[in-house]
Ligand binder design. Structure first.
Ligand code: DX5
Ligand code: ZN
Length: 235
């Protein structure tokens, strides 16, 4: 869903002040186009957060691309509500099952489609859906809470997913989420990620916009290295 060479820093409002979300989205609105909304149901994950009414309210304060990450057992009941509220992309987790139906339902609502895998869910689970989705979210922490440490064991899965997507000539964008800061963003960019969700690293910083810029520079430097190819020494 991004052009070649493009990437996005994606601030997660989970780490923002929930009593002052309009200010939080305003702080990052001029430096990045995406906003990550973590939806938790107290069932798929042991935490409870945001639903369509909050997204609808945020929509009145932001023109950002709303990336809604549904950590819920039963998304079916919520999808139309998120579409009405102004979501642009809805991601469901593969672990809940019924992926084909949810992917179709999200598409029919006119939204971009994401599929998420927990750190211990193999890439093979997502492979049958690659033609049908826009974004593959590879969790780099177990979902439920912000501020957890990055799980480096996920990096080979990012590399494998990137290789498979390239080999099949697909336009699926890889997103990473959990423990992402300037360092881990660069590391996962090298592995193939192009959308970088960050909560604590952005809203835990006294200057969220500067934190976004620092991550952007770090990812750009990592991607620039990828384009440097060894010179062909052959005759
Ligand atoms: C975790 C959420 C993440 C969370 C990331 O369950 O899906 O989006 O906000 O937070 P950090 O960047 O603080 O690890
Ligand atoms: Zn998330």
């Amino acid at each position: 869903m991004l052009a070649p060479g493009e990437f996005r820093i994606n601030p997660s409002i989970l780490a923002a002040d929930f009593a002052n979300l309009a200010a939080a989205v305003g702080e990052v609105g001029s430096v990045t186009e995406w906003l990550h909304v973590d939806v938790m149901d107290g069932h798929f994950v042991p935490n409870l957060t945001i639903g369509p009414p909050v997204v609808a309210s945020l929509r009145r304060h932001s023109n950002a691309f709303f990336d809604c990450h549904l950590m819920v057992t039963n998304p079916g009941a919520l999808l139309a509500g998120f579409a009405r509220a102004g979501a642009n992309l809805v991601t469901v987790h593969a672990e809940i099952g019924g992926t084909a139906d949810y992917v179709r339902a999200i598409r029919e609502l006119g939204l971009s489609v994401g599929l998420a895998l927990n750190p211990d869910t193999p890439f093979a689970v997502a492979e049958p859906f690659l033609e049908a989705i826009d974004l593959l979210l590879l969790m780099t922490v177990f979902p439920g809470f912000g501020g957890q440490p990055f799980i480096a064991d996920v990096v080979p899965k990012i590399e494998a997913a990137h290789a498979a997507i390239e080999a099949r000539g697909l336009a699926v964008t890889i997103e990473v989420d959990g423990g992402i800061d300037a360092t881990t963003a660069a590391m996962t960019a090298t592995a193939g990620a192009r959308v970088f969700v960050a909560g604590e690293a952005i809203f835990g910083d006294p200057r969220p916009a500067a934190a976004v810029e620092m991550m952007r520079r770090s990812v750009a430097a990592a991607l620039a290295l990828l384009t440097v190819r060894p010179t062909d020494q052959g005759g």
